[in-house]
Design a protein around this ligand. Structure first.
Ligand SMILES: [Mg+2]
Length: 244
């Protein structure tokens, strides 16, 4: 009898999604209050600030360009320190979560799915996340922990190392093509592009929005069913000898 070989096609199972990892801004957290705070800090009406912010995104620029319009030479890190000193530290809480977050996470945990959170966050908001999702998220991993931030693909490589599963067994859910979907896909993760927040809404018709993600969703409530359907399709492919 031939020795067992892991690379024998008979033993090569298709990679099903075993872990779902969420981005934070505009995926779990509605950032409206945060950006409204910046508009107030600049002394600009919210509507005006949002319009200029959106114009920067639509031109493919960093949103910080919007600050330049109102205050040339704006130093985000310095101004954040000043806001913190003025009693307005960067934070979010339960009331800033999108309304579908809690129910989706409960449904997914009850279905036995492994959940994590990975995003660019400050040490302070990393701690907030760990408190908010204690008992639900198997892992909260942020740029502050890793010393590497999205969109550096290394961020996702370190996430894969941390989870100790194959990249294609992870579904990363995020709202930005440039920060989430493209770098995660480049490392081999499956991706879900969620259509909410300024980035995903402005980029909804971008060719990459159709081409890059494994799936596109309008809200988190779709995730459990979409993952189950994806895994069933992979299992069916394996049963018939094909691997999707
Ligand atoms: Mg985001």
């Amino acid at each position: 009898m031939a020795p067992f070989r892991w690379d024998d096609p008979l033993y090569t199972l298709p990679a099903m999604i075993r872990a779902v990892v969420f981005d934070v801004g505009e995926c779990l957290v509605d950032e409206s209050r945060e950006w409204a705070g910046w508009a107030a800090w600049l002394g600009v009406p919210r509507h005006t600030f949002s319009a200029v912010f959106g114009a920067a995104l639509a031109r493919g620029l960093d949103p910080r360009e919007a600050f330049e319009v109102f205050r040339p030479g704006f130093d985000m890190a310095l101004e954040r320190e000043k806001r913190t000193a003025a009693g307005e530290p960067e934070w979010f809480g339960e009331n800033d979560l999108y309304p579908d977050v809690r129910i989706t996470i409960r449904v997914m945990r009850q279905a036995g799915m492994w959940l994590g959170i990975a995003a660019n966050q400050s040490p302070a908001t990393t701690q907030v996340l760990r408190t908010l999702f204690s008992g639900y998220a198997g892992l909260v991993l942020t740029s502050s922990d890793l010393g590497v931030a999205k969109p550096d693909p290394r961020f996702f490589e370190l996430l894969v190392e941390e989870l100790e599963v194959a990249p294609e067994e992870i579904l990363y859910v995020g709202d930005r093509l440039d920060h989430d979907i493209a770098p995660a896909a480049s490392v081999g993760l499956r991706t879900a592009l969620i259509r909410r927040g300024p980035w995903a809404t402005i980029q909804r018709d971008h060719p990459d929005a159709e081409r890059l993600p494994t799936m596109r969703i309008d809200g988190l409530r779709e995730v459990p069913e979409r993952v189950a359907a994806f895994n069933e399709a992979m299992a069916a492919g394996a049963a018939t000898g094909g691997i999707a």
